[in-house]
Design a protein around this ligand. Sequence first.
Ligand code: ADE
Length: 226
Amino acid sequence: MRIDILTLFPEMFTSFLAGSLLGAARDNGLIDIRLTNIRDFADGVHRQVDDRPFGGGPGMLLMPGPVVDCVESVQQSDPVAGQLLMLTPSGRRLDQQMVESLATKSRIVLLCGRYEGFDERVRETLQPIEISIGDYILSGGEVAAMVVVDAVARLVPGVLGHEESAQQDSFSGIDRLIEGPQYTRPREFRGLCVPDVLLSGDHGKIAQWRHEQAVRATHRRVTTHS
Ligand code: ADE
């Protein structure tokens, strides 16, 4: 899978992309992630990418020229155009189903905004799919793009190493349940014991217990957080 990230702050991605899971996936050729600086497509000595909104108002907007030129250039750098995704708080809220759908694409292009947003003609010209990672305002799309890359990359075959585990994640699998509690050593910690069933060696019973716990955790989340 190829992932292009278009941003004014490519250096924000350096340690994120070198991290263990993504770093290894890139080294193994499973994911090809490329960063492009939108400012490289700006004109003039100042390489200006933003300007004040017509009609007044706070902040600065990203100008359409550098953004559209950047996206078109990146798209043309490969015979297959990628699915263009714009990170913006007004987009559709990211969930695991969207992540699964994105993970099936051979190429995605992530466009990160900064300042107060994009000139509307960026949307009109490029017609991206707009994605939000939640109902709050970040100072730019970069952190949101990292969220998308992280969630998508771990679903690309071979990236996790053990394919089962993505299927068992919360929100995954046919019933999309939250994962229930899990335990590792020691068997007892400050008087709190690992449930006997997990030590029983009876895989049928363990699977049934885990399913019951997942149903409970999902129900609890629905009733306490909504
Ligand atoms: N840019 C700023 N806030 C954002 C959000 N919540 N989701 C995606 N992109 C953003």
